[in-house]
Design a protein around this ligand. Structure first.
Ligand code: AKB
Length: 316
């Protein structure tokens, strides 16, 4: 019987690209995209699911005989600080709903998106190890540490096959930034293509771990498809893409747009960024399931500029 997969949060930065990749891989008829409302460019099976409503998740799981769940709904680091208790409630409650449904209906595999936001001042900022002490200072980061521990709990206590990776800042052209501290690395390309000056909310030499969307989605599928005996980390795997600063991205953009202008106006997100790693040690992911990124700064920049030019030529 074909594997039916439910994607919760399918309209998000990862969700929309992951949904397409899963459709290509498993067949559109086997992928149930879901979110709070159907997006205009939705192509395939879509269900309206508010993941705070456990009964709604149960309905969809039963209706489609779901075998795997990818849970991507969350409020990110910067936006999460606007309403800490709502962020905590939404990020944790939705995840516990998914874990409970997976337990009750014997879902075969569950994916949980963690983040570099789990790290805080106690972790080494360079080559941050998978097992560093986690003392995040954003509600988003706290909720992700909590989510990793719940993932491990449901695996150990109930045998649930829950798998997780800690996403770096994701750079993609398919959606606008959504409330993260790393959003500048997406917006900067939009402003370059629109020939607008970019106002960066981080200092020019703020280095953060980043990853191109295609690498992030491939890592997600690879960890989920790895043989179960290979998965040794049941909290969450570090993965690395490429560590970048606004200065480095700007320099690469100017290879294509020599007149591109940027100004730096750090805001509250600078403080968040300075508590996150500058680079990630992902040796466990490399050893356990063969992780290796494919995109470097030039291929990210070349792809982002090409795709965004196509998008804006249609709109403008
Ligand atoms: C954020 O900036 O909050 C996210 C993340 C790094 O998880 N992009």
């Amino acid at each position: 019987m074909d594997t039916v997969i439910l994607v919760i949060g399918a309209n998000g930065q990862v969700g929309r690209v992951l949904t397409k990749a899963l459709q290509d891989r498993y067949g559109k008829e086997n992928i149930i995209a879901s979110d709070l409302k159907k997006s205009e460019d939705s192509d395939g099976i879509f269900e309206v699911v508010d993941a705070t409503d456990i009964d709604r998740i149960k309905e969809v799981v039963i209706q489609y005989q779901v075998a795997e769940i990818y849970h991507l709904a969350a409020i990110l680091s910067a936006k999460g600080e606007e309403a800490p208790l709502r962020t905590w409630d939404l990020n944790v409650k939705t995840w516990l709903n998914v874990l409970e449904v997976a337990r009750i209906y014997s879902i075969e595999k569950v994916f949980y998106p963690s983040s570099i936001a789990v790290f805080g001042k106690a972790a080494p900022r360079d080559n941050t190890p998978n097992n560093a002490y986690l003392d995040p200072m954003t509600v988003y980061g706290i909720s992700k540490v909590d989510g990793e521990n719940w993932a491990q709990y449901y695996h150990v206590k109930y045998g649930l096959d829950v798998r997780s990776i800690r996403y770096p800042g994701i750079i993609g052209y398919q959606s606008l930034p959504g409330g993260g501290t790393t959003d500048y690395a997406v917006d900067i390309y939009h402003k370059a293509v629109l020939n607008k000056t970019f106002t960066c909310f981080l200092n020019e030499d703020t280095i953060l771990p980043m990853i191109f969307i295609d690498d992030a989605v491939r890592a997600t599928i690879e960890v989920m498809e790895a043989p179960i005996e290979n998965i040794k980390v049941r909290t969450s795997y570090n993965i690395a893409g490429i560590s970048l600063s606004p200065r480095e991205i700007t320099s690469e953009i100017r290879e294509l747009y020599p007149d591109f202008e940027i100004e730096y106006k750090p805001d509250f997100r600078q403080e968040i960024a300075e508590e996150w790693p500058r680079s990630i040690d992902d040796s466990e992911a490399q050893m356990d399931w063969g992780w290796k990124p494919e995109y470097d700064l030039w291929s990210i920049t070349e792809t982002m500029i090409r795709e965004l030019k196509d998008q804006y030529e249609v709109i403008l």
